[in-house]
Design a protein around this ligand. Structure first.
Ligand code: SF4
Length: 319
């Protein structure tokens, strides 16, 4: 039996996923050769880590156990996770701690802005835990963080990766009014897997959320992503692409699901690189401005370079 304990924060005896502790172990097949990552031990990595810690910030890179952390942090690319390290949802794929979060830190927007400045980022990605406990789902805090970064780093472009704000009327509008450059909300998986993989979410609500962003402010780029290898069928992935295009989503990411612990959803299959290339070609054919599909693709991986290409693709389209 594996007890899923917290190995990231300073309270190692609290189960990180209390809701998963009594689940049977789910065994994944061994990783194939194409899932290879660099060990996080460079000078750039150490510098990024120091700036993150000095500003008391949480990153999804660490909390989710992202395989790209060695590469990203070496280049000073970190994705900040605001509103704490504890999530009110309990998705079957996610290694972020589950529980009742603490109060919001009113100084966090300034700290995120300061760290963005110190890291010298041309493009920053901000995500958050789900905050179903807050009346606005954390929308005002997101908006304050965007404004603080704009004030401290006026040339930095801002990408947000938000929760779904389910049952939080008016929350989305507050975030969109702060004018992020990219609004990302991940679908994570195909609709038939929502109950098992993303039980607190609703597929069509997430699609509608992305659609609403474009309706309110068509200048904002929209982005969404899924993981594959959770047992989905190919035709379901193609359906997700069509649904996202119906919502006018600009940018699609597709990456391989990796199992954080044996208490999380098993990897059903490692999708080979040529299948990702096939998905990428199809997605472009369906009209996405940008597509990133590879085993190690994550929403925030190479987000800065991708944003430059995204902007160029829109400019080329409008002549
Ligand atoms: S891919 Fe994203 S989450 Fe992973 S290390 Fe890079 S910036 Fe962090």
């Amino acid at each position: 039996m594996v007890v899923v304990v917290d190995t990231v924060s300073a309270t190692p005896l609290r189960p990180r996923h209390p809701e998963k502790v009594n689940r049977p172990d789910a065994l994944s097949p061994p990783k194939p050769d194409w899932i290879r990552v660099r060990a996080p031990n460079t000078r750039g990595y150490a510098d990024t880590r120091r700036i993150v810690k000095e500003n008391g910030l949480v990153t999804v890179c660490e909390e989710a156990g992202c395989p790209n952390i060695g590469e990203c942090w070496d280049k000073k690319h970190a994705t900040f996770m605001i509103m704490g390290d504890t999530c009110t949802r309990a998705c079957a794929f996610c290694n972020v701690k589950t529980g009742m979060p603490g109060a919001l830190d009113a100084s966090e927007p300034e700290h995120v802005a300061e760290a963005t400045f110190k890291l010298g980022l041309a493009h920053i990605v901000i995500t958050s835990v789900d905050r179903d406990d807050l009346a606005d789902g954390g929308a005002a805090h997101f908006a304050q963080t965007i404004r603080a970064i704009r004030a401290r780093c006026p040339t930095t472009t801002i990408e947000i990766l938000t929760p779904d704000f389910l049952r939080k009327d008016g929350a989305l509008e507050v975030v969109v009014a702060a004018k992020p450059d990219v609004f990302n909300h991940n679908l994570e998986t195909v609709p038939s897997h929502y109950l098992a993989v993303r039980p607190g979410a609703r597929y069509f609500h997430s699609i509608r959320l992305l659609q609403r962003v474009k309706e309110i402010d068509p200048t904002i780029f929209t982005k969404s992503g899924i993981m594959v290898g959770l047992g989905e069928e190919r035709h379901e992935v193609l359906q997700v692409m069509d649904d996202l295009r119906s919502a006018n989503v600009d940018f699609l990411t597709i990456g391989q699901y990796l199992q954080p612990t044996r208490k999380h959803h098993a990897v059903m299959r490692y999708v080979p690189p040529d299948e990702f290339s096939g998905y990428e070609k199809l997605a472009y054919a369906k009209g996405f401005l940008m597509v990133s599909a590879s085993p190690l693709t994550r929403s925030s991986h190479h987000a800065g370079d991708d944003f430059v290409r995204l902007r160029a693709a829109r400019a080329a389209l409008s002549g």
